[in-house]
Design a protein. Sequence first.
Lengths: 371, 371
Amino acid sequence: MTVKTMNESEEIIEKLKTIGKDTLKEINDGKSPSLNIIQRSLNNVYFDKETGLIMLGDKQQKRTYFNINQAKKFMQTLLVTKQIKWILEQNQPALSTRQLYYTLKHSIPGTRENTFDDQQTESDPIIEDVEVMVDALREQLKLIATPNGVIAGALTVKESTGETLDYSKMGSAGGAIPPIVEKGAFEFKSCTADFVLVVEKYAVWNLLNQQKYWKNANCILMTGKGQPARSERRLLHRLSHDLKLPVYIFTDLDPWGYYIYSVYKQGSINLAFFSEKAGCPNAKYIGFSTKDVTDYEIPKSAHIKLNDLDLKRIKEISGYDWFKKPEWQKELSNLKKLGVKVEQDALVAKSIEFTAKEYLPNKLEEKDFLN
Amino acid sequence: MTVKTMNESEEIIEKLKTIGKDTLKEINDGKSPSLNIIQRSLNNVYFDKETGLIMLGDKQQKRTYFNINQAKKFMQTLLVTKQIKWILEQNQPALSTRQLYYTLKHSIPGTRENTFDDQQTESDPIIEDVEVMVDALREQLKLIATPNGVIAGALTVKESTGETLDYSKMGSAGGAIPPIVEKGAFEFKSCTADFVLVVEKYAVWNLLNQQKYWKNANCILMTGKGQPARSERRLLHRLSHDLKLPVYIFTDLDPWGYYIYSVYKQGSINLAFFSEKAGCPNAKYIGFSTKDVTDYEIPKSAHIKLNDLDLKRIKEISGYDWFKKPEWQKELSNLKKLGVKVEQDALVAKSIEFTAKEYLPNKLEEKDFLN
C-alpha cells in the first residue's frame, strides 16, 4: 500500500483555500473580514549574521475589508489568491506577472472602477504579499520573470515535461536557464562538476566556454549577464544548497561588481523574502580584486579611472551591513585608494588565455578569495 | 583527387593580407599610403525597393596616413585589420568588440599617446569599416555581440565544435541562440518545420512554448526578447534565405512593435551593411494589427491609451521609406484613430489559450498578414 502524500502544489492550494475559508467564516460570523500580511517595508528587513542572508522580519499588518483605504487592496488580494489557486488547480501554464495582471483586470459591473489599473503599483506588490502568506516563491505559484542567463558543465536535469537536458552538450550557446528551476519542474539528475563559477559578463562566459574552461576545470560555468534575474539566483542557490557545490563569483573590479556578488550571496533588500530562498551564503568572491591588479601586473591600458558615480557607490556599499566584515571594508578602501577600476573583459589585455590558463587556476589553487 | 578550395576564413585572410600588401607597396613606391573606405553615413544609406532591404551605397572616402586628421585613424584601421588577421590565422576564440578593443589598446612607445582611448567612438566604427572592406560580417571576423534570444522547433544544427543541437528537445527554456550562427560554425542539418514564428516578448514565447504551440503548428518558435540583437536577426535570415521558410513576425500593437518587425524584415539604417545580410524581405506581419482589435473583440481592459511618445513615433515611422506602402500607411493612420495600443501579453485577457488556439491559427489560415 502506498501512502499518498501531498505534493508541493497541493500544499499551496490548501493554504490558499484556507485564506478563503477564513475570510468566509469571518463574514458568516458578522465580522469585518481581514488578512494578516507580513510587512515588506524596509523596517521589517534585516541582515541576519547567523545565516548570512538578508531576511524578512515578522511584523504584520492587517488588511481589512471595512476600511475605505484598504477595501480595494483587500479585494485585489483575494482576486490574486483566487487566480493563483485556479492556475495551480487547473494546471494552467505559468504566466508572467504582467499576464496575470491582464487576466485579472476588468471593470467591476455596475461601477466605473476597474479591479486593477496598474501592474507595478497594484498587482505586483500583492503577488509578493501572497508569496509570503503561503510561504512559497512566485515560481511555485507559476508566475515567472524573464531569465537571461546561460550555463555549461557536467550537469544533467530532468524536467517535469519529460525532457532530459545535458548542459555539457549545449554547444557554443550554452544552455538557456529556464524561468522556473524549482524542484519537481527541474530535477537535478546527475552532476559530476566540482564547483560553480559565475561570471558577470556574457563576453567572458563566451570566451571561457570556447576555451572549454568548464571542462578542464570540471565546473559549471554560469553567467547572469550582469545583474542576475530571479531564476539565475534561484538556480545558483539550488546548486549550492541541494548539490553542496562550492560557488565562486567573478565580476568586474568596481562597486557594481561587488554588489552583484552580494546579491548572489546575501540577496537584496527589496526582495528580502526571495533572498532567503535564493541566497548562497557560502559563495566566495574570486575576483577581480584590488590586490589582483598588482599581483597579476594588469597593464595600465586596462585601468579606468573611478568616476563620481563609482565613488558614491563605494561609499554606499561600505555602509551596508553585509559589507561590514573587515576584509570587505579593506577591499572597498583599497579600491578608493587605487583610484581605478578594471573590467573582467579587460583581462585579454594580458593575453587571450590569461583568465582561463593563469588567473582562475591560480586563484583557485591558492584559495585566494574574499568572503 | 580532391581539389582544395579556399574556405571562407582563408578568403577573408587573403583580403586582409591584400590591404597590408597594397599599403606596403604604396610606402615602397614613395606614395602616401591610403585606404578606400565605403562611407557608412546616412547619405550613403538607402532603401532599395527591388530587394526590399535597407542598403549601403558605394560612396567611398580615402583615409590617408599623411594627413594630420586621418593619421591616427589610419593607424587604428591597420591595427584592427592586423588583429583580425591574427585571430583568424591563429584560430583564436571569438571576442566581443570590447575585448578586441582591450587587446589593441596600449601606449605608443616614445609618446604619450594610446593606440585607442575609447571603444565606441574609435574601435567599433573601424570594425564596421573593416566588415565592409572585406565584405564579411563581424561574426565571420570572429567578433561577437551578446545574443538574447531563444528558439524551439523541429530544427537540428551541427556546430563546428562537433555538437549536434536539437531544438525540439530543449525543454522549458528553449535553445539559447549562440553569438555566431554563420555557415561552417553553425550548419543546418535537418528541419521539418513549415515556418518560423517570431514573437516580440519572452512572456508570450514562454506561454506558447508551454502550450507546445510550435509542435502543434509545426513551426520554429523564436523570440529576440524585444528589439533583436545581431545573431537573432542573422539566424532568422538564414532560416528564411537558406531553408526557404516563411517568416511571420508577431509583436505588440504599437509603433515600437511595427518597428521591430521592420528591423527583422528590412534592417536598420545604422547597421545598413548588416541589414543586407540579416534582413528577411519576405517576412510578414501577423499582428497584432488594428483590425484584430475589433475582429477578435479585444476587451477594453487590454487597451492602453496612446501617449505622446507613441504618437511621435507613429509620425516618424510613417515617414520611413519602407513604411510607405499603402497598407502600412493605412495601418499607421488606423492606429492613430484607434487611440489605443495593445500588448501581445494582454491577449490572455481573452483567455490563456486564445493566442495559441484561436488567434494564431485563424490568422495563418486566413493569410491575414500585413506585408
